[in-house]
Design a protein around this ligand. Structure first.
Ligand code: AMP
Length: 305
């Protein structure tokens, strides 16, 4: 069941209350792909970078087993997407310091013909028009899920509403769900978002976990409780959650509510490793046994038997 992702491959600058990291590997597509590869192979990447994309970022992405980078365009005369953010004291909220769109202002990357049989599509954070164009290339898709961000809600609202009509699932942050619906309650916001088109909605709530609203039921899951000293950088946790979620669904080739509940737990566990380092390092340094061990611990924590 080939899984394809498009989104940003970026150069991030992150300020946390105790540290600053400049020029780290990031981008919504990169985090998703690295996370999904734990659960399923291949993960097909569609994206673009510029001539300034650091060699060490390329080496890191190329080192991840199961990623297919045939759809990654390297445009020597262009600039890579770059983003800077600052976390507030509780690490649960952040502000964007800058967004340099770079390659995102150019033509969208081309989809290799070898990707034509992709059945699950994840539209990681990017311009909604780019997301919609890509979706149109896969008329035989079985599951299309998208994420979005405050920037696109503000500057490309109409395009976003058009996108919502075409997708099966939406995975979104609590603050963005509130921005779209004016509902501060996550279940109420997700329920309202269903009216925009998607069949299911997941609201990510950072350290407060996540919520899935689906026609067959609602699931509320806590986050994995990490010790404070292990929370280094939350950037990319949302994309990693989506990678764990869809990677699991692709691996079991079923998209019903039961499979989604298990997938929510895998998303939670996969994202928890992203928090432990800056950039992709938290995911890249994690092993399958570590992932499975944490899943066991999480199931016990969340069980009320
Ligand atoms: P998350 O923390 O899961 O929301 O993802 C943060 C990642 O998304 C960072 O690595 C950024 O490079 C990337 N990013 C930030 N803003 C945008 C945007 N407007 N569109 C696409 N990707 C973005």
């Amino acid at each position: 069941m080939p899984l394809l992702v498009t989104g940003t491959i970026g150069i991030d600058t992150v300020h946390t209350p105790s540290a600053k990291a400049e020029g780290v590997s990031g981008g919504s597509c990169a985090y998703f792909a690295a996370a999904a590869a734990f659960h399923h192979k291949p993960i097909r990447v569609v994206g673009a970078v510029g001539g300034d994309w650091p060699r060490e970022h390329a080496i890191l992405l190329e080192s991840i087993e199961g990623l297919c980078l045939e759809g990654l365009e390297r445009r020597t005369d262009s600039k890579t997407f770059a983003w800077g953010g600052r976390y507030f004291d509780n690490m649960n909220q952040r502000e964007t310091l800058f967004t340099e769109l770079g390659v995102l202002e150019e033509a969208p990357p081309e989809v290799p013909s070898s990707y034509a049989d992709s059945r699950i599509i994840f539209l990681a954070n990017s311009h909604p028009s780019v997301q919609l164009n890509l979706l149109n290339e896969f008329p035989k898709r079985e599951l299309a899920v998208a994420d979005t961000m405050d920037l696109w809600i503000t500057i490309a609202h109409e395009e976003l509403l058009a996108l919502f009509k075409e997708i099966d699932g939406l995975i979104i942050n609590d603050s963005e769900a509130e921005q779209l619906t004016n509902q501060s309650d996550s279940i109420a916001a997700a329920t309202e978002l269903l009216q925009f088109g998607p069949e299911f909605v997941i609201v990510k709530k950072g350290e407060h976990g996540s919520v899935l609203v689906h026609p067959d039921g609602t699931l509320v899951l806590p986050a994995f409780p990490l010790e404070q000293s292990n929370v280094v950088d939350p950037t990319g946790a949302g994309d990693s959650f989506a990678g764990g979620f869809l990677g699991h669904l692709a691996s079991c080739d079923t998209y019903d509510f039961k499979a989604m509940k298990e997938a929510m737990a895998w998303g939670t566990i996969t994202a928890s490793f992203t928090l432990q380092s800056f950039g992709l390092d938290g995911l890249v340094s994690t092993t399958q046994p570590q992932l499975k061990e944490r899943m066991q611990a999480f199931k016990q924590l969340a069980s009320v038997d």
